[in-house]
Design a protein. Structure first.
Length: 382
């Protein structure tokens, strides 16, 4: 097996009300920050709480919230320009994947002199990054722990995977209270996306004992959040369980790799701005059916971790119970079951598939796949 190398970076703080100590945590890296803020936090009246912690510690900050367009190269370019003009010491990125990706990109490119498209097209930053503190408001923070950032190329609306320095993110602060504002639909799609991410890490060619350990514990905790504990000993609130499961599964995917569903959902999001977690939830049962042809024993294990079948059921029956479990969750929350339900055409999807086929992560899928294979898969889910 390949050598296993583990670096404790970034630091992780997870707990209720940890956001109230944000100012205390970031003082280590400076006293002037650009806060990249998901606009919905203003609507949910959470932004004030986040910024108050900085004000109380006399830390200067200004807010960049023009991210409705997503993590596009154009938005990142604008944010980098404002950050440099503000002579900041670091970035605080608060929100979902868009805010986190933009924040990490600004941190990585702050001292660079080359045009952003130099890096979108494959160059790696050679300067030091400035500290980035990531505060996710969803139950997954997959790319916080990796040296890559998904970016939408504004010139073509294509998905690009931008390589950055290893030490961009200094702290991931996870406060489950920030996730209480998620709708039932959002919680459902994010939970299904977590199952998908865990499955991808578990089936990955790069899976290792470390990623397996986090997948298995993460899925066990996720099952408590989704279906309750088999005993009365666990009384942890659902949002805390989801946050714990999310950070474990995110660490697993960073140590292993993303897979089929995540890649396609990122490509569709870049092209058509369809919710990544919603697309992932639609693709999940089809991805499981595909994986059953070559990784059935691993899916058997996942089925038992999620308690989708009795302990004495194994093999094909366990795998079928897992797929049925996912489909029942989709039906329970009245989620779309086909990509065509998102007003996408086969022609739309073929463009997204071409984009996905050109990224490096394709080489890390559990089995070798061409763009023709991807298109055959997507037609089944259409």
């Amino acid at each position: 097996m390949a050598d296993f190398v583990f670096r404790i970076n970034p630091n992780i703080i997870l707990g209720s009300y940890t956001i109230s100590r944000l100012g205390q945590q970031v003082k280590e890296w400076g006293t002037r920050y650009m806060v990249i803020l998901d606009p919905f936090l203003n609507e949910a009246k959470l932004a004030e709480k986040i910024l108050q912690s900085l004000i109380d510690r006399k830390i200067e900050s200004f807010v960049f919230a023009e991210i409705a367009e997503g993590n596009t190269s154009r938005v990142i370019e604008r944010a980098v320009k404002l950050a440099r003009e503000g002579h900041i010491h670091g970035i605080i990125a608060v929100g979902g994947a868009k805010a986190i990706h933009i924040g990490r990109a600004v941190s990585a490119l702050y001292y660079e002199t080359h045009d952003i498209y130099t890096f979108v097209d494959g160059a790696v930053p050679t300067t030091a990054s400035i500290p980035c503190i990531c505060i996710p408001t969803t139950f997954r923070c997959t790319h916080c722990f990796t040296p890559v950032i998904p970016v939408t190329d504004s010139r073509s609306n294509q998905l690009k995977i931008m390589k950055v320095q290893n030490s961009v993110c200094k702290l991931v602060l996870i406060d489950p209270n920030l996730m209480l504002s998620l709708t039932e639909n959002q919680r459902a799609t994010l939970s299904l996306e977590l199952i998908g991410l865990a499955t991808e890490a578990y089936l990955s060619q790069r899976a290792n004992f470390f990623s397996d350990m986090f997948v298995e514990k993460g899925l066990e905790i996720l099952s408590y959040a989704l279906d309750g504990s088999p005993s009365l000993e666990i009384s942890t609130p659902e949002e805390v369980l989801l946050s714990q499961a999310g950070v474990m599964i995110s660490l697993a995917t960073a140590s292993a790799s993303l897979g089929l569903g995540s890649l396609i959902s990122m490509g569709i999001y870049a092209r058509y701005h369809k919710s990544k977690s919603l697309v992932s939830s639609i693709l999940l049962p089809y991805a499981l059916e595909d994986a059953a042809n070559y990784k059935a024993s691993r899916l058997d294990k996942i089925a038992h971790l999620l308690r989708t079948c009795p302990d004495d059921i194994n093999g094909d029956e366990a795998v079928k119970s897992l797929i049925e479990y996912v489909r029942q969750k989709i039906a329970k929350y009245n989620l779309p079951t086909r990509l065509k339900d998102l007003n996408l055409t086969v022609e739309n999807l073929s463009l997204a598939i071409e984009d996905v086929g050109s990224v490096d992560i394709m080489n890390e899928l559990p089995r070798s796949m061409t763009t023709d294979d991807l298109f055959s898969f997507i037609k089944i889910a259409f």
